[in-house]
Design a protein around this ligand. Structure first.
Ligand code: UD1
Ligand code: CA
Length: 452
């Protein structure tokens, strides 16, 4: 039978160095909170249960925990007395029992499910404690992993380490796996007899060894274990996240002319054979289908871009935009909450909001759907193959029928029936010979003014 797993995420840190009103673990990487990254990694590693330890007054964190996974539990650590004390704040979750217990930090968003799976595999071999370590370029401040052969003997916190122990560069990345059977006994045996007067989670290593249990260290790349403490650290982690995501996309068949200028969200979906020009921002919830071409300087949120669509340069797609296959959205066009059917074109300088545009319709330059009356939003419906002349204002609610024309410069306030021409503008009148008369009048005025 498959082993069960409880992931316990420590997130009670105050994050003072972020200098923020927002709890540290809610700061975002790739447009989702760091804590959500860690929770997703737990789910991807098939963790049955997730328990998050939070500080007091962290209602915002509880909301994110619930939103991210309704089955996850939140446990408040009222006093910060150390990492082992934090783990025991979730005693209730531990008591419910699991074969594998993984202790993770909420501020390490680059963690991968592979590392958690590797930890679980080690526990499945009958190991009581597994610690994830990395070789640090600068080990200062980290707990040092003291090994004897393939046995992990102790983790020595920097503050307690001797000069010799400080030369060890194999460091504690902070995440630990515990056998569910042993976890509570090990944790309850931790005391606060050390330099900081804290209950160190790392002490379970020596406690387990003294009980004759097996303890091992597992190596993971340093980048995966980076904990964010400052805004600078947040930017560094964002950069690493983006680089990994860009590389992954290209291996799946997406062309990126200048990958370092394309910004992705955690949930961005881009299908193979999409071509991305430089400088594109993918906000949350965007799906680009195969064969679409996205030209430079475009910004998207909450949008679906259909197959072979031709978007940008300088296109802005806002939430609720659904572009069918073969659509065109050109420069300085904003689309919001609108369904654009196959092959329709919105090529220049246009705002389309709260609308439905029929297949093969052509929306002329400078068209505006006037969707807002200052209090309410209204819908514009444009039929199949309709042609909207340039510089038209469509005052919603309004419907333009299939195959209808709207004359350029019209302000349309009433529905235009299918196949009709709607024209709503001042009628043009030409006055023969007026040019000379106007010039003479203007010249006289100018002479009068300069005489003063
Ligand atoms: C810890 C490890 C150290 C490791 C390092 C890796 C211990 C004793 N030391 O040290 O070996 O090299 O991480 O980054 O575990 N937390 C709580 N409640 C508490 C204390 C901490 O929730 O009472 C949370 C913090 O918010 C943080 C995490 O636990 O996310 C680690 O705590 P921190 O105080 O930063 O531990 P380090 O001294 O960095
Ligand atoms: Ca730390």
């Amino acid at each position: 039978m498959a082993r069960t797993c409880l992931s316990l995420i420590l997130a009670a840190g105050e994050g003072t160095r972020m200098r923020s009103k927002l709890p540290k673990v809610l700061h975002e990487v790739a447009n989702i909170p760091m804590l959500a990254h860690v929770m997703r990694v737990c789910s991807e590693a098939k963790s049955d249960k997730i328990a998050v330890v939070i500080g007091k007054g962290s209602e915002l964190v509880i909301d994110i925990v619930q939103k991210e996974n309704p089955n996850a539990s939140a446990h408040v650590q009222t006093e910060r007395l150390g990492t082992a004390h934090a783990v025991l704040a979730a005693r209730e979750a531990i008591e419910q029992g699991a074969d594998d217990i993984l202790v993770l930090f909420g501020d390490t968003p680059l963690l991968t499910p592979e590392t958690l799976t590797n930890m679980r595999n080690v526990l499945a071999e009958g190991v009581a404690v597994v610690v994830v370590g990395f070789y640090a370029k600068d080990p200062t401040g980290y707990g040092r992993l003291l090994e004897d052969g393939d046995k992990l003997i102790a983790i020595r916190e920097h503050a307690e380490a001797t000069e010799e122990e400080r030369t060890v560069d194999f460091c504690n990345g902070g995440i630990m796996g515990l056998s569910g059977e042993q976890a509570l006994a090990l944790l309850d045996a931790v005391d606060d007899n050390n330099a900081k007067g804290e209950y160190y989670l790392t002490d379970v290593v020596e406690i387990a060894n003294s009980k004759g249990l097996s303890v091992k260290a597992l190596e993971a790349p340093e980048a995966e274990l980076i904990g964010v403490n400052t805004r600078n650290g947040l930017a560094e982690v964002e950069l690493l996240w983006q680089n990994t995501a860009r590389q992954k996309l290209m291996t799946t068949g997406v062309t990126m002319q200048s990958p370092e200028t394309v910004f992705l969200s955690a949930d961005t979906i881009i299908e193979p054979d999409v071509v991305l020009e430089p400088n594109i921002v993918f906000g949350p919830n965007v799906h680009v289908k195969s064969g679409a071409k996205i030209k430079a300087f475009s910004h998207f949120e909450g949008a679906v871009i259909g197959e072979n669509a031709d978007i940008g340069p300088f296109a802005r797609l806002r939430p609720g935009t659904k572009l069918a296959s073969g659509t065109k959205v050109g420069n300085f066009v904003e689309v919001k909450n609108a369904k654009v059917h196959e092959g329709a074109k919105i090529n220049h300088l246009t705002y389309v909001g709260d609308a439905e545009i029929g297949s093969k319709a052509n929306i002329g330059a400078g068209t505006i759907t006037c969707n807002y009356d200052g209090m309410n939003k209204h819908k514009t419906t444009i039929g199949e193959g309709a042609f909207i002349g340039s510089n038209s204002a469509l005052v919603a609610p309004v419907t333009i029928g299939d195959g209808a024309y709207v004359a350029s410069g019209s302000v349309i306030t009433e529905d235009v029936p299918g196949n009709a021409l709607g024209i709503a503008r001042g009628k043009q009148a030409n006055k023969e010979g007026k040019g000379d008369e106007i010039r003479a009048r203007n010249a006289a005025l100018k002479a009068k003014r300069s005489a003063k």
